[in-house]
Design a protein around this ligand. Structure first.
Ligand code: MN
Length: 358
């Protein structure tokens, strides 16, 4: 297991790499370049990022958010150009040592919350919160406006202003797209990109829908074991992998996370893990909790044990944290609670390993 940390780059992440390096057991980053979907990432920017991370004593073997252009998901004729750019980005990233590329195939919306700073009454910290009832009242345009307001001037992954300007038009394009259509377009993408990944030694890692059910009537095809069984079958290769995000899949209590890890780990399809906990508050209502099992409803010991048993060499990162100790920063991506999360997950890991040996 390689413990890693999501980092947004020096220009937009207030957390210095030195601080990341000082978290015990931290080996590297899940990094990114802030590029709109469909763009071929420039080699000089990738090179500069890798050199900056290496200079801080950290690895950069995982890249997040090489976003898939909407035209690819919609299967529009323009998709081939964007797929070619994607393949080119894969090749350049591989040249600089990247092994895993995390992406998602969610139409229009990336992860979604109805409150980015919900106060947790027990201790006065705050975290991301979701309540389907609030969402129903708002509608897509309103939630986008609120998200922009609540993010304290930071951009949120998947909410690029360029894309959102065309939101209404894009929503209309999806009106007649079924789940099967979306899967067919997904297969077209994988059939083009996975062979390139195989050639250069990169694994794609599909991030689940978050929350783990359809929203706004859009087709969503990545939020259950059954969904991912279909995804891995679309193109049969270890390079067609999964980023198994416990908090995203775990937002639906029907998803048994340790058993899903075991299932796909034994198939050699887990390329990366996002590990965090969820506190259920009602039907389609939850908030993100501290990483400890006792703070939420997921069994973090069983999650780490499953990783240890079936994909012990995978990349793990603590996922969204709460805002604690009056930290100001990007919602979900502060330093303190994610550092605590990493320390806790490393502690579980050490105990599991010691137990195995005794
Ligand atoms: Mn995640």
């Amino acid at each position: 297991m390689k413990m890693t940390f999501r980092w947004y780059g020096a220009a937009s992440d207030p957390i210095p790499l030195k601080y990341v390096k000082q978290i015990p057991g931290m080996t590297g980053l899940m990094g990114l370049l802030d590029k709109p979907a469909g763009v071929d990432w420039p080699e000089e920017e990738i090179k500069a990022l890798v050199e900056e991370v290496h200079a801080a004593g950290l690895e950069l073997e995982v890249i997040e958010s090489v976003n898939v252009h909407e035209d690819i998901k919609l299967g529009l004729p323009t998709r081939d150009e964007y797929i070619a750019n994607y393949c080119s980005t894969v090749r350049t990233l591989a040249k600089y040592g990247v092994k895993v590329i995390i992406y998602n195939f969610m139409p229009v919306f990336d992860w979604l919350r109805t409150d980015l700073a919900r106060v947790i009454p027990e201790d006065g910290s705050n975290s991301l919160y979701y309540n389907e009832r609030d969402l129903g009242d708002m509608g897509p345009l309103e939630i986008v406006r609120r998200t922009a307001e609540g993010s304290q001037g930071f951009s949120l992954p998947g909410w690029e202003p360029e894309r959102l300007a065309q939101l209404e038009q894009t929503l209309k394009l999806y009106e007649n797209v079924t789940e099967d259509d979306l899967r067919a377009n997904y297969k077209y993408f994988l059939d083009a990109v996975v062979p390139v990944c195989e050639e250069v030694g990169v694994r794609l890692a599909c991030h689940p829908d978050d929350p783990a059910w359809p929203i706004f009537g859009l087709p969503r095809i990545a939020h259950s074991k059954e969904d991912f069984d279909k995804i891995v079958a679309l193109h049969d290769s270890p390079a067609n992998g999964i980023c198994l995000c416990t908090g995203s899949l775990g937002s639906n209590p029907d998803n048994d996370i340790p058993s899903i890890i075991r299932h796909f780990g034994m198939m050699n399809r887990i390329a990366a893990m996002h590990v965090r906990n969820i506190k259920f508050l009602g039907q389609h209502e939850f908030r993100e909790s501290a990483h400890l099992s006792s703070a939420g409803d997921l069994d973090m010991y069983e999650i780490m044990k499953a990783i240890h048993d079936v994909c012990p060499d995978t990349y793990v990162r603590p996922d969204h944290g709460r805002m604690i100790w009056d930290e100001q920063g990007r919602p979900g991506y502060g330093l303190y609670d994610r550092a605590l999360g990493a320390a806790y997950l490393n502690g579980l890991w050490e105990a599991i390993e010691r137990n195995e040996m005794s």
